[in-house]
Design a protein around this ligand. Structure first.
Ligand code: SF4
Ligand code: SF4
Length: 425
């Protein structure tokens, strides 16, 4: 367990205005916490501490102080305080840092926007993190279908080359396979290491992973003295109406939905997150986005009928953790919890692939992920869903976005994540 206080981060107001209330809320993942209600003055006035830093040549210890004060956490979903990750990486003597540009879901686009619009911040943030960790090797993990983003990063490396010296950059290309980007899968694909529950990639692979948007936020904290108070959210519905919104942390989901023309919530289910790993939410007016929310998804509300397992094996093939979700589901349903743990149920990463793929409509993820989460004593991924969600799989998974290219035409040596993913096989 971490030392008390090491997993805490400062809280900053993301808008200017008046505090009107402080009360308890429960998020769709089951986490209860205090929330501060702020009535916006619609002026977006920044605190006087937010200004462009004149000397960006900060030392490693200064950088770590800035990251800590800025309240930066892993924005890919884990939410681990970045300062805690840096400290762990230093303790374990890692040899390289990995910048995770593998958006885990087919529709999420926030990291790509960061790269396209502000690649210099991503590169400078990566260099600063490498300096803080004490390594010179930086690897960008990215889908081999992301030619535009790779070129944006390459151009930025050329542009910023005069700002630092001695650092090496590499790209590691992956075939798209959703959900992707989980550190356990990366550990297996890149280092051939199976991480057990409680083991870290820093300890076992001598590498540390930072999400692309987190890396951006680190440099924003240095260059602009800006704490982590906003992020890019991808708002999507199943008719491919999609929109990236730069939103203050704490924005109610209903306000984000209002930004997409034609999106309708009537008779639809709103998902707090993305199509594979998101959670259903009931009250969009009183549910905020948080630092780890990368998307809001609207899907058709359908009552999915559950049928008995037909032992087709699809969930086993789809599971990135090489679990047998159908078997685990059956064990947990009949209360054979210890047996389920023997079958490695606690390794479930709540990715949603098994529920997504199951032709019998079984709500596998909810049962397995909830159990695993509760036993691992982390509520971060607790599944509050009681009903399986129909994601209209064919349209969601087959959709592409503008800057994708046919991967075969671009790179030949891409890595393949060690599972079949949530795509129908
Ligand atoms: S949610 Fe399902 S597919 Fe994903 S890790 Fe857990 S058991 Fe495997
Ligand atoms: S995918 Fe569904 S039907 Fe097929 S083996 Fe798994 S639980 Fe059974």
């Amino acid at each position: 367990m971490p030392e008390p206080g090491t997993f805490a981060v400062p809280v900053h107001s993301s808008i200017s205005g008046q505090v009107t209330d402080i009360k308890d809320i429960t998020l769709p993942n089951g986490v209860s916490c205090k929330a501060v209600w702020i009535s916006s003055d619609r002026k977006r006035t920044y605190h006087t501490s937010v200004y462009p830093r004149s000397n960006i040549g900060v030392s490693a210890s200064e950088f770590m102080g800035i990251v800590k004060a800025a309240g930066i956490v892993g924005m890919g979903g884990e939410g681990i305080p970045t300062i805690a990750k840096i400290n762990r990486a230093r303790r374990e003597g890692v040899k390289e840092i990995l910048v995770n540009c593998l958006q885990s879901e087919p529709y999420a686009g926030g990291d790509f926007i960061r790269i396209q619009d502000t690649a210099d911040y991503v590169i400078m943030g990566a260099v600063a993190l490498a300096g803080a960790v004490g390594v010179k090797r930086i690897k960008f993990l990215i889908s081999d279908a992301r030619k535009a983003e790779v070129e944006a990063l390459q151009l930025s490396m050329q542009r910023t080359a005069g700002e630092y010296s001695g650092y090496s950059f590499d790209f590691v290309f992956f075939k798209e396979r959703f959900p992707q980007g989980y550190y356990r899968l990366i550990a297996k694909a890149m280092y051939h290491v199976n991480l057990e529950v409680g083991e870290t990639i820093e300890e076992k692979c001598h590498a540390v992973i930072f999400n692309c948007s987190t890396v951006y936020a680190c440099w924003e904290a240095v260059a602009d003295n800006m704490p982590l108070i906003s992020r890019i959210i991808t708002v999507t519905d199943e008719n491919n109406r999609s929109h990236n919104v730069w939103a203050p942390v704490g924005t109610p989901v209903s306000e984000l939905l209002d930004t997409v023309n034609g999106i309708s919530v009537t008779n639809n289910q709103i998902i707090w997150g993305n199509c594979l790993t998101g959670l259903p939410l009931a009250d969009p007016d009183n549910t905020p986005i948080i630092k780890t929310t990368s998307g809001i998804t609207v899907v058709r509300k359908t009552q999915v009928r559950e049928f008995p397992c037909i032992h087709c094996g699809s969930c086993y093939e789809a599971c990135p953790m090489e679990l047998d979700p159908g078997y685990l589901f059956a064990l947990l349903k009949k209360g054979s919890n210890y047996q389920a743990e023997d079958e490695r149920a606690l390794k479930c990463i709540s990715c949603g692939a098994c529920s997504y793929i199951c032709p019998s409509g079984l709500n596998l993820t909810s049962v397995i992920a909830s159990y695993a989460s509760a036993k691992r004593n982390t509520n971060l991924y607790a599944y509050a869903a009681t009903e399986r969600i129909d994601y209209n799989s064919d349209t969601l998974m087959d959709a592409g976005t503008d800057s994708r290219v046919e991967p075969e035409k671009y790179y030949d040596n891409s890595m393949v994540l060690p599972f079949l993913g949530g795509k129908r096989v």
